[in-house]
Every structure is written in structure tokens, then in C-alpha cells.
Design a protein around this ligand. Structure first.
Ligand SMILES: Nc1ncnc2c1ncn2[C@@H]1O[C@H](COP(=O)(O)OP(=O)(O)OP(=O)(O)O)[C@@H](O)[C@H]1O
Ligand SMILES: [Mg+2]
Length: 457
């Protein structure tokens, strides 16, 4: 990779001399005859390193340094100075210059400094990239799924996290809205402070208001001391308003004001409190319908919905099932001190067929109970909750409409017998009838003689 150096000096022969020297060493070189011109070139981007004279008419080298430190931090700045101004050069070092060199210049020395500066810059960039990818891996650790829908969500989260924009997360119950909210916070530069959660549906109207905005001493009976609200505690961080669809109009207006003006008053208070809070909200309601029904403010909806993340239900991304199943299996193996290897084919296919109306939460609970129930080294149909295990097509009995009760009874008995390898005791037990009754019916249908022998066991 070819690096681009910018040389700023009001003396033409120094500029040209340095440019010729560095071009020979295979750098791209740009030159500027003043601080103003230099800053303009820096602002255009793709400068990797700046070499600037300290004393120039107009904008000085110090000011170029200041500009780089605030606008494009990370670009090394090397200061050139005459003998008389070493103090100023030392001062520049204190303000973040990479190094300084006195004129007349020793080009070899300058070449070494430039090389070293670029290497350390590259290392810093690599380190930043690495740190970012480690952080995003950690933030997405609790978010399993490689389906296209989940990949798209992770991309959106990564982009959204960098900004301060409000995020609205929608999706059915148990799809992982809270997991998404947490990732948005963990990937943002607010991650060093805890995200503040508010479960809006769990609190009554008055409680919610004082939870969110706090209250002054004596604001209402029982308010015997000043209480800071969650917005205040979330200053500099993220607030997660869960179940936002459940809040009443009065609180909606107050939240709207925080979003629009970043300020509010505590309940019973006069003093206006300013906060810097990033708002992430979630709901399993259709807010557009709530707006139509007059239950949710449209203006608040637009303020919340700057970035929208919809988490699709599990049944629409079943390709995530295997990963989720094995990850939950590992979790619950560890929790229960078991070492179950996996799911047998029938269990897998039943789980795959099932619709998962409770989404990932239901899947997680299902795997947990299966791990507890399982006594072998593979989870089987028997270990699954009945609503899931009954989804194995092979184990379903189909009885057409219009079948008489007698005929239906015969189908049920015959198919259960077959499924239980003709074991009558087990079949009778499953069907909740006595073994003798079963035997009699089989005899009636001419399937077997009622001779009372117990030969099959
Ligand atoms: N992608 C995922 N990977 C691993 N676990 C997940 C994932 N999504 C959700 N979960 C787990 O599923 C459970 C439900 O997730 P979460 O609480 O985030 O859902 P929700 O959408 O907020 O549900 P609700 O609407 O009921 O509040 C949690 O235990 C969570 O850890
Ligand atoms: Mg939730």
C-alpha cells in the first residue's frame, strides 16, 4: 500500500525538496504552501501523515495540529521547526504531535520518523478493527442465528449502534427483542454505562410516571424523599422502554418531550432536567394499528421509529433452529451436569415441524425440559413436551371426516398396536383401557383370537 504524505511549508524550496525526496521513497506526496491550504487537503481525506512547518504566516503548524487532533485524530503530525522555537515544538508534542525535527533537516532521520509513525498508525488501525470485531462478537454472543434475516438484523444493529438515533424493535413475544436492544447498547459508545430497562407494562400509570421521571419529596402521599427517575439515571447511556405499546397518553406526551427537547421535570418538581439519553423501545403490538385506534400518539411513533428493527418469528427463519437447538442443549447440559449428545431424528423432525408460537423463548424452555427429562444420551420424542412431540407426522393418526365411531376406534387401536410393535399391554395402557378389553375387541374384529394367552410379551 502506498501512503500519502502532506507537506506544509511556506518555503518553496523546502516543500519541493521534501516532496522529491519522499516521492523517490515511493510515497504519494501532496504539498501545501500554507496552513489554510493544508487543512483543506486534510479535510478532503486520504492523507496518512502530515509534515508541517511550525511558523507560517496565517494558520500556524500548531493550529494544523489542533485541527487534525479534533477532526481526523490518528493521523500522525510531524513538526518542523527552526532552532529558535524548540519550546514551541515541545509544546506541540504535548498537544499530540508525533515528533519534531529542527531545521536544517536531516532527511535520513526524517525518513525514519515517517516510517515509524506510519507503522504505528497502521498498527493502531488494525488494533481498532480487531477491537471492533471482538466487541461485535461479544455483543452478538447472546444472539444466535445465521439466517439471512438475522444477518440483516446484525448489520442494522451495527450501523444503528454508532448513532444516537432512537430505535424501535418490533416482533412477536419471545423473538428476542430484548436481546437486540442489549446488542444496540453494547455496540454503542455508551456501553461503559449500564443500559437502564423499564418494563412499561408492569407498572401502573402513576408509578410508571415517577419511575421514568422521578419525583420530588412530597410530590404525592408516600413520596417522603426525592427519587431520581430512570431517564435521569440513564444520562449518558441507553434507556430501554420495553412494551412501549402499553403506556398511556399522559406518559406518551412526556416521553415525546424527552425525545424532542431532551428535558423533563420530576413529578411534583419545577426544575427542568436535561439529559443525554439514547432511547430504544420495543413492542409486540402493531403500533400503526394502535395509532389508528387512537391509543398511541403518531408523533411519538415517528420519534421512536427512526431506526426500525423487526425481528421475524422463529417459524419464518427455521434455518436458525439447528444452531439454536445445539446452543441451548450445551447450556442446559452444563446447568444440569448432563452430557446429552443431541436430538434423534424423530425429535428433530417434530421440532422442525412445530410452529413455535412462543418463538425462541418457547424453544429454550422446550430444550431445557427435554434435557431434564432425557435419561439417555440423545433427546427423543418422549422427552419433548406433548405439543411439540405430537408434531411428528409419522406418529399422527389420520381419520377422515365421516368415519363412524366404531371404525375410528378400530383405526386408533390398530395403528397404536403397530406403533408399539404389537405389544398389547403397552397399547392398552396408552389407550387407557384394560388389556382384556383390547383383546376382546381384536377378537371381535377377527384380528386375533380371544384365547387369553400372553404370548406376545
Ligand atoms: N437469537 C437468539 N439467540 C439466543 N437466544 C435468544 C435469541 N433470541 C432470543 N433469545 C432468548 O429467548 C428468550 C426470549 O428473548 P427476549 O426476552 O429478548 O424476547 P422478547 O422479544 O423481548 O419477548 P417479549 O415480547 O415476551 O418481551 C431469552 O431467554 C433470550 O435470551
Ligand atoms: Mg422482552
Amino acid at each position: 500500500m502506498k501512503f500519502t504524505l502532506l507537506i506544509i511549508d511556506d518555503e518553496k524550496n523546502i516543500r519541493d525538496g521534501l516532496a522529491a525526496n519522499f516521492e523517490l521513497e515511493d510515497y504519494n506526496v501532496k504539498t501545501a504552501s500554507s496552513g489554510e491550504e493544508g487543512i483543506e487537503l486534510i479535510s478532503k481525506g486520504d492523507i496518512d501523515l502530515v509534515i508541517t512547518d511550525l511558523r507560517m504566516p496565517g494558520i500556524s503548524g500548531e493550529e494544523v495540529l489542533k485541527h487534525v487532533a479534533t477532526e481526523t485524530p490518528g493521523i500522525p503530525v510531524i513538526i518542523l521547526t527552526g532552532h529558535g522555537s524548540i519550546d514551541a515544538a515541545v509544546d506541540a508534542m504535548r498537544h499530540g504531535a508525533y515528533d519534531f525535527l529542527t531545521k536544517p533537516l536531516n532527511l535520513d532521520q526524517l525518513g525514519i520518523i515517517v516510517k515509524r509513525a506510519l507503522e504505528s498508525r497502521e498498527m493502531k488501525l488494525e488494533h481498532q478493527e480487531l477491537k471492533k470485531s471482538v466487541e461485535s462478537k461479544a455483543a452478538f454472543k447472546g444472539m444466535i442465528g445465521k439466517s439471512p434475516a438475522m444477518q440483516k438484523i446484525q448489520e442494522t444493529i451495527t450501523k444503528a449502534a454508532a448513532s444516537k438515533a432512537s430505535v424501535l424493535i418490533t416482533g412477536e413475544s419471545g423473538v428476542g427483542k430484548e436481546v437486540v436492544a442489549r446488542a444496540v447498547h453494547e455496540l454503542s459508545n455508551r456501553k461503559d454505562k449500564n443500559m437502564v430497562d423499564v418494563h412499561c407494562a408492569a407498572l401502573s400509570e402513576t408509578l410508571l410516571e415517577s419511575e421514568l421521571f422521578g419525583h420530588e419529596k412530597g410530590a404525592f402521599t408516600g413520596a417522603d424523599h426525592l427519587q431520581k427517575g430512570r431517564f435521569e439515571r440513564a444520562h449518558g447511556s441507553t434507556i430501554f422502554l420495553d412494551e412501549i405499546g402499553e403506556i398511556n397518553q399522559n406518559v406518551q406526551i412526556k416521553i415525546l418531550r424527552v425525545l424532542a427537547e431532551k428535558k423533563f421535570e420530576r413529578v411534583g418538581g419545577e426544575q427542568t432536567i436535561n439529559v443525554d439519553v439514547r432511547v430504544v423501545a420495543a413492542t409486540n403490538k402493531n403500533l400503526e394499528e394502535e395509532i389508528k385506534a387512537g391509543r398511541f400518539r403518531e408523533d411519538l411513533y415517528y420519534r421512536l421509529n427512526v431506526i426500525h428493527i423487526h425481528v421475524p418469528p422463529l417459524r419464518e427463519r427455521k434455518s436458525d433452529l439447528p444452531l439454536l437447538m445445539s446452543s441451548f442443549l450445551a447450556t442446559f447440559n452444563e446447568e444440569n451436569g448432563k452430557s446429552i449428545k443431541g436430538f434423534d431424528n424423530k425429535a428433530k423432525s417434530a421440532m422442525n415441524r412445530y410452529d413455535w408460537p412462543g418463538n425462541i423463548r418457547e424453544l429454550r424452555n422446550c430444550v431445557e425440559s427435554a434435557v431434564v427429562m432425557c435419561s439417555g444420551d440423545e433427546i427423543t420424542l418422549d422427552d419433548l413436551p406433548p405439543n411439540v412431540s405430537s408434531n411428528n407426522g409419522e406418529d399422527t393418526i389420520q381419520i377422515p371426516f365421516g368415519t363412524t365411531l366404531d371404525a375410528a376406534e378400530r383405526i386408533v387401536i390398530e395403528q397404536n398396536l403397530a406403533a408399539n410393535k404389537n405389544n398389547k399391554t403397552k397399547t392398552a395402557e396408552i389407550l387407557g383401557i384394560g388389556r382384556k378389553t383390547l383383546q376382546r375387541k381384536l377378537a371381535e374384529w377377527g384380528i386375533e383370537e380371544s384365547d387369553g394367552t400372553e404370548s406376545e410379551e
